[in-house]
Design a protein around this ligand. Sequence first.
Ligand SMILES: Nc1nc2c(ncn2[C@@H]2O[C@H](COP(=O)(O)OP(=O)(O)OP(=O)(O)O)[C@@H](O)[C@H]2O)c(=O)[nH]1
Length: 463
Amino acid sequence: MFGKLKEKLASFTKSLDKTVEEKAVELEEPEVIVEEEVVVKTDGDMSVEGAKAAAEEIAEVLEEKELEAVAETKDDTIEVMVEGTIGDKGQTEAQTKEQVETQVKEQAEEQIKEQAEVQVKEQAEEQPMATADSSADFSAISSVDSSVVSVDSVSSESEQAEQKKEKTGFFGKAKALIFDREVILDDDDLEGPLMELEIALLESDLALSVTDAIVASVREQLSGTRKRLGKNTGSIVEEALKNAILEVMSANVFDFDEFMEARRGQTVHIAFVGINGTGKTTSIAKIANRLQKNGYSITIAAGDTFRAGAIDQIQIHADRLGIKVIKHQEGSDPAAVIYDALQYAKAHKSDVLLSDTAGRMHTNVNLMAQLEKICRVSTPDLIIFVDEATAGNDAVERASQFNDAVPINGTILTKLDADSKGGAAISIAYITQKPILFFGVGQEYDDLLKFDPEWFAKKIFEE
Ligand SMILES: Nc1nc2c(ncn2[C@@H]2O[C@H](COP(=O)(O)OP(=O)(O)OP(=O)(O)O)[C@@H](O)[C@H]2O)c(=O)[nH]1
């Protein structure tokens, strides 16, 4: 089912995937230029040598990130000047600056702590006997870690940096910059792939206005999407397409079972119309079988008096299901047969009358006038248009024309099991503004599915 449609939609996914990958490659080049000065106060708890060593260490680490960094000590501060490019397009300059600040601060904290420990060690070695003094020194310096260090940034406040609760070290953060990078899809990125989607949908026999609606919905959903690199593009596209198709298909929904239940005890008249050979008679038998299973009693009107063998065909189905058929001679007035059948059904308290009608081309003016007469005389409660899903756009066109002649209440789309494109199923309700009631999915009586857009959308994307 829907083999060709799946193929076409896959090509759209592939095309978008390619766009995303290309954009990602573009982003490998750093984009944001940074000129940042970060001042780290040591509050005089550090020796000049220790501060110098810390400054050199900070500069070295930043240089490994291809940032030019100069770190100097001045009184009780270490000044770090950073220059270079960092980050990616998806990141604002402010975010990049914040990132640099955080990294410098964390690096500085680490270095100051390290230098403080070195200092304590050296002092202890120099004055092994002066235990009381050195322990006093040690407690003062070790407090650097939590309370003494403060960071001032020339360009922004340091509390932004403090929001970073998790301390993953400088290299960890640098790595995260690359691997957590996102691509933000914009309208320009989507243009090419959406054009492909449009062609794919049109080639799958979706009506033009339905195609436009789906493409517009997919554009709206995907534009501005932040796509994490490495995450499967297919799942994002699938989600957007699924939503768009559901939107279009759910435009007109009608619950056949509720409709019938609300009329239990009355004779509900359902007439079936459509062109030749699309599965009308078979669908009547399927509906009869379904209604019987739900406890309804049924009468059938053999209203196709035109085609040789049509009366026998419906009689065979009725015999199998144990249903009474009201019929006249071949060639007689179908309006009269159906009128008689309705009187019979009412007199015998049948819950439902199912009326077959001859298949006719929507372009045949006389036969369409005859259909209007049938519907005028026997006033059906539901007029169901039957066509085959495999007819694609033609089915949609025919549904519109039948609807102009005898306002239809909904459609049964047959032969969905043999349909590779799915276009008619997606378009027909949107174009006619009349719901799909059932799908025919085979030749057996039970091969009738109540319309469910979710089921349909799932089928399109299943492997
Ligand atoms: N695969 C498949 N075949 C179907 C389905 N529905 C009907 N058919 C087949 O389509 C053929 C035509 O079905 P009919 O019910 O005779 O069609 P009709 O519209 O009544 O034809 P006319 O009486 O000429 O108007 C038959 O062979 C059916 O078995 C379906 O959902 N799937």
